[in-house]
Design a protein around this ligand. Structure first.
Ligand code: NAP
Length: 240
């Protein structure tokens, strides 16, 4: 069987591992910061030590194919995968996640970074729902005059002026997102343009409530061949 490394940490990576397990030999790689999902095959956890470390791993483990199914905002690991696979001569496919469709009634303000979102936030609301992940939330430290409801996987103290943490793990329902926003009097949502079904409910809830959304654009996509569905990635793997 062909030995495949799936760079994961996303719902799509887990779905792909489950879809192809048994037909290819799957090794799933996780950064390890968001807990360990139940996955078939082998699972390895933690960084490789940059592109050179990843290249050494690919060679040592005799990996024959790589799927980059990481998050659209995980730009470093994707760049490392491109470099390492090129150096080791290993075919690589990027499994991208479609963007959320924008409806006519959506009130999105698109920005290029967390810093820009933080700068624009006071002009859009007084009670913000922040859903950018633990790694980025410190970017709102300088915000004043806006109460922040921050959703994280686990509760932790944050370097923010006026905030409350709510914990949760996707998927979320539209009803629950709407109820959460209403219960806290939220008047603006802040999110990355992550796309995907698991976290799309907050976008629908903001639409239904008529709330503005500060939407942080994705970094440029990784170079190379890409598909945008788990089924297409499975076909690529099994067809090689
Ligand atoms: P990143 O900035 O691109 O990666 C930072 C470093 O973490 C990488 O250089 C690498 O360390 C290590 N790493 C990242 N993904 C890895 C993986 N799948 N396996 C092994 N090592 C990995 O990415 P990030 O934003 O920290 O995201 C980390 C993981 O969480 C990714 O797997 C991503 O799919 C997932 N995730 C990210 C977000 C987000 O918004 N960024 C949201 C949900 C899930 P070395 O250089 O030492 O190899």
């Amino acid at each position: 069987m062909v030995r495949v490394l799936i760079l994961g940490g996303t719902a799509e990576a887990a779905a792909l591992a489950r879809a192809v397990a048994g037909r290819v030999e799957v090794v799933s790689s996780l950064a390890g910061r968001a807990g360990l999902p139940d996955l078939p095959g082998r699972v390895r956890v933690g960084g490789f030590g940059g592109a050179a470390g990843l290249e050494a791993y690919l060679r040592a483990e005799a990996i024959e194919r790589v799927i980059d199914a990481t998050h659209p905002f995980a730009a470093r690991i994707s760049a490392h995968a491109e470099t390492a696979c090129r150096a080791a001569g290993i075919p690589r496919l990027v499994l991208t996640r479609p963007e959320w469709p924008r409806w006519p009634e959506d009130r999105w303000t698109l920005v290029d970074s967390v810093a820009e979102a933080a700068a624009r936030l006071p002009g859009l609301g007084r009670r913000a729902f922040i859903t950018v992940g633990a790694g980025e939330v410190a970017g709102f430290a300088a915000v004043r005059g806006v109460w922040l409801l921050v959703r994280l996987l686990k509760d932790e103290p944050l370097p923010l002026a006026d905030y409350h943490v709510v914990t949760g793990r996707p998927p979320f329902s539209v009803e629950a997102e709407q109820a959460l926003m209403q219960a806290h009097g939220i008047d603006v949502l802040v999110t990355k343009a992550s796309g995907g079904d698991a976290t799309s409910a907050k976008i629908a809830a903001a639409r239904l409530l008529g709330l503005p959304v500060l939407m942080i654009r994705r970094p440029p996509p990784p170079a190379g061949d890409s598909v945008d569905s788990v089924a297409a990635a499975a076909t690529w793997l099994e067809g090689l």
